[in-house]
Design a protein around this ligand. Structure first.
Ligand code: PA5
Length: 447
């Protein structure tokens, strides 16, 4: 992995970047010694290096049981309890995995509990009706409405279809070691369970069974993923100086850009398989930094697709944005442009070239155009999309996020703002315990 800051540095004052660069060591140290805000949620910092063989084997064996019994596995979870797994699985899968129903080596993985769309749930249940399916239900609190609702529907359906005993073998719960409705339900029903460590918050939990189980079910190599994260844990540690520490460099530069008025960061990819990585990244940075009326707004685009929708704004709109481009050195698969004798489409100048080369020139041309248009550019390069590189990618962004949040002066590990909508929703739905809020909100709506 390589980070290049040249085309961002020219947009900030050298002295302010230097000052921020100097702060990164202390912020990284706060993560290390656990003396910063939210220090009860920094279990992710040394998580990769603490994962042992027995732990991975248990995850793999559970995944194997689901793989043997199920054609489809539903991952039920939301936010940090789902986005990491989806990001990794979609990055590694064929873009047409859904249609690859025959000769599958692994079950098809689908997602639920991440919305309250009745149409979505009806569609999912219809899709599952003629399939052998299982469920991985993931919720740290064990009480999240979206996930609990989807799980109730799917559990009922599964039990009706295969009976309670077989359903018990096809349901796995990933939750808190003791607290929450999901823990008590899993204990009562006798489900296989995995514990989400107390000191790892949702958005930092992809390297726990929250992500690892779903990734192993889909057939991917969780050992290589963890190895990538372990290597990045070393490369971003407190003993690595700023000049060699990509997480410190990223954190310093994005804070320098923020201070110079760049309030929006756009994560850019040129590979459609990375769409959900951007979704994971947006949660990681948005939920960690958007507090106390501060924080860069994390946005994302998929290029070149979105150059035909958002390209105008990025090139020419208000100059409040910067780009962080995820550049993959080489596509995993090879497709070359054929020669055509008639050349009616005028594309023979591309004949013999890989499609990836065309994509690379689009990427380079766009980066240069955006820099010329006043959009600072942070470039992050990875060799290829595989488990090892993705493991690096995940840990790099996590570490960068912890450091950057401390530089901004917020607690990067809580999310008090997420509760506001829940309180209103529960009041409106007359949830027991919300009587006072219910009365107040109904009065307010009358007005
Ligand atoms: O990062 C977070 O903490 C959140 O996004 C949670 O993961 C999300 O709200 C789901 O919570 P839970 O796992 O308790 O169902």
């Amino acid at each position: 992995m390589k980070i290049t800051l040249t085309h961002a540095a020219s947009f900030v004052q050298a002295s302010s970047l230097q000052e921020l660069a100097a702060q990164t060591a202390a912020c990284n140290q706060l993560l290390e010694n656990g003396q910063g805000a939210g220090n009860d949620y920094i279990g992710w910092v040394h998580l990769p290096s603490s994962i042992d063989d027995a732990y991975l084997t248990e995850v793999e064996q559970t995944a194997q049981t689901l793989r043997e019994r199920c054609q489809v596995v539903v991952i039920a979870g939301i936010g940090g309890s789902y986005l990491g797994a989806r990001a990794v699985n979609e990055a590694l899968s064929s873009s047409f995995d859904a249609f690859n129903a025959t000769n599958r080596k692994a079950p098809y993985v689908v997602y639920a509990g991440n919305n309250i769309g009745e149409d979505y749930l009806a569609d999912l249940m219809e899709f599952l009706s003629d399939k052998q399916f299982g469920i991985v239900n993931i919720s740290k609190s064990g009480t999240t409405t979206e996930t609990a609702l989807a799980f109730r529907l799917l559990k009922t359906m599964l039990e009706e279809k295969v009976g309670k005993e077989e359903a018990r073998h096809r349901i796995v719960a990933v939750t808190d070691r003791a607290k929450g409705a999901l823990r008590s339900l899993a204990t009562k029903e006798g489900y296989k369970t995995f514990v989400i460590p107390d000191n790892v918050g949702g958005r930092f939990s992809v390297l726990t069974p929250v992500g690892l189980l779903a990734i192993a079910v889909a057939g991917y190599d969780i050992r290589a993923l963890v190895k990538g994260a372990q290597d990045m844990e070393r490369q971003t540690g407190v003993d690595v100086p700023y000049e060699q520490n990509p997480a410190c460099q990223y954190a310093a530069m994005r804070n320098a850009l923020y201070q110079s008025g760049k309030k929006i960061e756009i994560l850019v990819n040129y590979n459609p398989r990375l769409h959900y990585f951007s979704e994971w990244w947006k949660q990681l940075y948005g939920e960690s930094e958007g507090k106390d009326h501060k924080g860069i707004f994390p946005a994302s685009v998929d290029f070149t697709t979105d150059l035909h929708s958002m390209g105008q704004w990025i090139q020419d709109g208000e100059r409040s944005i910067f780009e962080t481009v995820i550049s993959i050195n080489q596509a995993n698969r090879e497709v070359r442009v054929p020669m055509d004798q008639e050349n009616l489409d005028g594309l023979n100048f591309l004949a013999g070239k890989r499609v990836d080369e065309v994509n690379k020139m689009a990427e380079l041309g766009t980066r240069l155009a955006h820099i010329d248009g006043g959009v600072p550019n942070i470039l992050i390069q990875f060799d290829k999309i595989d488990e090892y590189n993705i493991g690096q990618f995940i840990y790099f962004f996590e570490r960068g996020c912890g450091i950057s949040g401390y530089m901004l002066g917020v607690n990067p590990f809580n999310q008090p703002g997420v509760e506001a909508y829940k309180k209103n929703m529960f009041a409106l739905l007359d949830k027991p315990g919300y009587e006072a809020e219910s009365k107040a909100i109904k009065e307010r709506l009358k007005g």
